[in-house]
Design a protein around this ligand. Structure first.
Ligand code: ADE
Length: 239
């Protein structure tokens, strides 16, 4: 996969060279390129923002540098991903779908967001997805891009040493994962549940499934009533 990330704070994305995405690059699974949006400005102050039409607080990112960035990156055929609190909720299913794309281009907005025409124009050229990490507001798209790319990159075919570990984790089956334990069997007066020491694989699987359901009912009852059909397209191709 090739992933381009455009930001006015390219240093913010340095962690992508480390840890997990760094490993994917070493393995040749990921070609990651971070770009400074200001290289596509032409004034002395390298301006990227301006006041909003219609008034209101804050600044909006001007369309011209973004337009030039998308031209220079030749986004046709790529999936353009824009982290924004007004996007669609980012999910494991979406991460899996994006992991199947050949190329992602992530646009990191700042301030009150990017002029809406940039996204309209990009959506007419290629697949575009606005995603939200959750119902809270970050200062910009960079931290969201880090999280999003980490979720996607670990799903790239060939990345995980043991792909079985992907199957059992939280959200893969629509439920939260059961609690996990390791040695010692007793620690500070707390015992590992006896069933896990029983060697009875059927009983262990049943206990884990029940724990998953209980946790999900307690913490995320919304997941139990989720209506997204399996295989429903989470990323809509451009028409
Ligand atoms: N940018 C700012 N807040 C965000 C959020 N919650 N999710 C994704 N991108 C964002």
């Amino acid at each position: 996969m090739r992933a381009d990330v455009v930001s006015i704070f390219p240093d913010y994305l340095r962690p992508l060279e480390l840890s997990l995405p760094g490993k994917a690059q070493q393995k040749g699974l990921l070609d990651l390129r971070v770009h400074d949006l200001r290289q596509w400005t032409h004034d002395r102050h390298r301006t990227v923002d301006d006041t909003p039409y219609g008034g209101g607080a804050g600044m909006v990112m001007r369309p011209e540098p973004w337009g030039e960035a998308l031209d220079a990156l030749e986004v046709e055929g790529a999936t353009v991903v824009v982290p924004t609190p007004s996007g669609r909720p980012f999910t494991q299913a979406m991460a899996r779908e994006l992991a199947g794309r050949d190329r992602l281009v992530v646009l990191c907005g700042r301030y009150e967001g990017i002029d809406a025409r940039v996204l309209e124009h990009a959506a007419a050229r290629t697949e575009l997805l606005e995603v939200s990490l959750g119902d809270y507001v970050l200062n910009g798209g960079e931290v969201a891009a880090l999280a999003l790319l980490e979720a996607v990159v670990r799903l790239l075919p060939g990345f995980m040493g043991n792909p079985a570990s992907l199957v059992e984790e939280s959200h893969e089956d629509g439920l939260l994962e059961y609690p996990v334990y390791t040695k010692p069997a007793a620690w500070r007066g707390l015992e590992v549940p006896a069933v896990l020491l029983s060697g009875d694989h059927g009983a262990i699987a049943a206990w884990r499934a029940a724990q998953s359901r209980r946790r999900t009912a307690e913490r995320r009852p919304d997941l139990l009533t989720a209506t997204t059909a399996p295989g429903e397209l989470l990323v809509r191709p451009a028409v």
